[in-house]
Design a protein around this ligand. Structure first.
Ligand code: IMP
Length: 427
């Protein structure tokens, strides 16, 4: 069994910087795997000379020997084809394993995503329009198309006709309601399926074999804990389980074989789409943070809502994932403020999520300023001891409040701008 099998999971609304942490750690692992979500996720990985944006494959794909996409994912075959091309260009010998049971996102699902949002009106979720919700709807309606079925024009057409009959109202007047339009989509999907066929396999069994062979496995959760379909802030959530425990169902790999649960938390918070955000900052302060942190969606380009770190929500996410230790990101961005706030409570200790921002309890900290190149060099050379005093105080306060160590701190977007005092060492 892999001695250090680990999972990296986001503890907020997504965009915590998981991509950077997974890429940084991936050098210590043989296999990187994803178990939920689809191209609604977006991970940015900055190597020394290039910036990669991944949606489907793990952010650790640039250095891993094996890249796995689990059965719990919803896969757009066109995007997967492109991502495989891009990682193989960089990581020539990588082996890709795509679950034959993962569900397919078709162009029709993308269109349905937009149509469903229109129908929702004021209940709009603000989805990424990547077709993820509709693809998972079909999965649970047991009419979904699985990756393996891309090989059969007949099977696909039959399923799509059922989906059309069920959702005809939303699709009427679109090209998919006509035989010509449907046939053309099916032949496009079939062609993509032929290209992807060599990568399809029983990934649950593969992962088990890798583990039995002593390979080290790193799982990457898509999105963030607060977007989990069951435990997030429903209905403003995504359509999959984003918590670490979903590895068991989304990859067919027992969660008991995972040694480390690493939770990624951004030094402040951000959110795309609608829904409750108790610690949201508005106005010019928000604009400043958004600009400094380049807080625009990786998938949609939408400006992200931003807010102060919420320790109530962080404690909730830590409990759900049973996090062992934390990776704190974006401290370089947050430091620019003279006064930094952290929310510690909502006035009512029984309240898990605050429905409003009326009774927020704050703790204030002084900023640590911009980290210039000399300071960054000092930090990467000397580690935690070289962190600015105000930042060390901020870290200490979070650790005490959540009862977990922050073992990894990211001080910039590049791979090397990371300090680490955990046993999982990174590159
Ligand atoms: P969907 O996943 O596209 O259906 O969108 C549902 C909600 O989750 C929307 O508010 C999206 O903005 C949000 N969302 C989905 N994936 C991510 C992500 O990776 N980062 C941040 N927000 C996300």
């Amino acid at each position: 069994m892999g001695r250090n099998n680990s999972v990296v999971v986001g503890l907020q609304f997504g965009d915590e910087g998981k991509g950077k942490i997974v890429d940084y750690l991936s050098g210590s692992f043989d296999v990187v795997a994803k178990y939920n979500g689809g191209s609604n996720a977006g991970h940015t990985v900055v190597t020394d000379d290039r910036t990669f944006k991944f949606h489907l494959v793990s952010s650790g794909s640039l250095s891993a020997k094996h890249v796995v996409l689990g059965n719990g994912m919803a896969i757009d075959p066109a995007i997967l084809t492109e991502e495989i091309r891009s990682i193989k260009e960089y990581n020539h010998d990588v082996q890709i394993h795509v679950s034959r049971d993962a569900h397919v996102v078709t162009p029709m699902h993308k269109l349905l995503d937009v149509e469903e949002e229109n129908v929702r009106g004021s209940l709009k979720i603000g989805t990424t329009a990547q077709g993820i919700g509709p693809a998972y709807e079909d999965k649970y309606a047991r009419t979904g198309i699985r990756m393996e079925e891309l090989g059969s024009v007949t099977d696909m057409t039959e399923k799509l006709k059922v989906i059309l009959a069920m959702k005809g109202k939303l699709l009427s007047g679109t090209p998919y309601a006509e035989k010509k339009g449907l046939d053309s989509m099916v032949s496009g999907l079939h062609e993509l399926g032929n290209g992807l066929k060599p990568f399809l396999c029983n990934t649950a069994r593969k992962l088990h074999e890798f583990d039995n062979d002593g390979l080290e496995l790193l799982f990457e959760g898509s999105h963030g804990t607060l977007l989990d379909i069951d435990h997030g802030m429903y209905p403003y959530v995504t359509s999959s389980n984003t918590i670490a425990g979903a590895i068991s169902s989304g990859a067919g790999f027992s969660f008991r074989r995972i040694k480390n649960v690493i939770g990624v938390v951004k030094a402040y918070m951000s959110k795309v789409g609608s829904g409750i955000f108790p610690t949201e900052i508005l106005g010019s302060e928000a604009d400043r943070l958004r600009t400094e942190g380049n807080e625009y969606g990786t998938t949609t380009g939408r400006p992200r809502r931003v807010g102060w770190l919420d320790l109530k929500l962080l404690n909730y996410a830590i409990r759900l994932n049973d996090v062992d230790y934390l990776a704190l990101t974006r401290v370089d961005t947050l430091g620019i403020f003279d006064t930094i706030r952290v929310v510690t409570g909502y006035g009512n200790p029984d309240e898990e999520f605050s429905p409003s921002d009326k009774n927020l309890e704050f703790q204030e900290f002084q900023g640590w300023g911009k980290l210039d190149n000399d300071k960054l060099a000092d930090i990467t050379r000397h580690g935690f001891n070289a962190l600015p005093e105000n930042l060390a105080r901020y870290i200490d306060f979070i650790e005490k409040n959540v009862g977990r160590k922050i073992n990894i701190v990211s001080v910039g977007s590049k791979r090397n701008l990371t300090i680490n005092r955990s046993s999982v060492t990174g590159n």
